[in-house]
Design a protein around this ligand. Structure first.
Ligand code: ADP
Length: 162
């Protein structure tokens, strides 16, 4: 069984992320969406909240599950017999850091390769940071995040303002 590990902050999950998850779930036997701790970012949602939002959104994708890890993803991947990392590539600007990370991960775990899935052109501009910024200005989020979580993003934005 080949497992795709799709790791990231997902703060919150966007339609760009969901597009990558759907496409990976059609290619691999199993997809594990792994919410990771990114100490250089101040998160909007806690890890548990982010996991719950993703679970809600991927409910119908039967070979997708959600997990979290606070260890290096290259170490985490050793839990699986056959695993690859999946990353979404948006613009050329993603390329350099993504390839660097792929090489480092492979140095730490020689069995681990990274597969890049190009972002759908509809979402090449989309990031969780842009979602949070738009939410602050009351922009309609329906083209940016899955509809099941729009209210959660609005409510959290309002709560943070208080
Ligand atoms: P990280 O903080 O680890 O970069 P993100 O949650 O921002 O985590 O992104 C996780 C993965 O999803 C990365 O591979 C990133 O390139 C990819 N990604 C983010 N936004 C999009 C998008 N709009 N389209 C395709 N891939 C995306």
């Amino acid at each position: 069984m080949l497992t795709a590990i799709y790791a990231g902050s997902f703060d919150p999950i966007s339609l760009g992320h969901l597009n990558i998850i759907r496409r990976a779930s059609a290619i691999f036997d199993e997809v594990v969406v792994c919410v990771t701790v990114n100490s250089s970012k101040t998160p909007m949602f806690t890890i548990e909240e982010r996991m719950e939002l993703i679970e809600r959104v991927v409910k119908r994708l039967k070979n997708v599950r959600v997990d979290t890890s606070d260890i290096l993803i290259a170490e985490y991947a050793k839990k699986y017999e056959h695993a690859v990392l999946v990353r979404g590539l948006r613009a050329v600007s993603d390329y350099e850091s993504e390839v660097q990370m792929a090489i480092i991960n492979n140095k730490i775990n020689r069995k681990l390769d990274t597969i890049f899935i190009p972002s759908s052109e509809k979402y090449t501009y989309l990031s969780s940071t842009a979602v949070k910024e738009m939410a602050k200005y009351g922009t309609d989020l329906k083209n940016f995040v899955p509809r099941e979580i729009i209210d959660d993003v609005i409510n959290k934005t309002q709560a943070n303002r208080r």
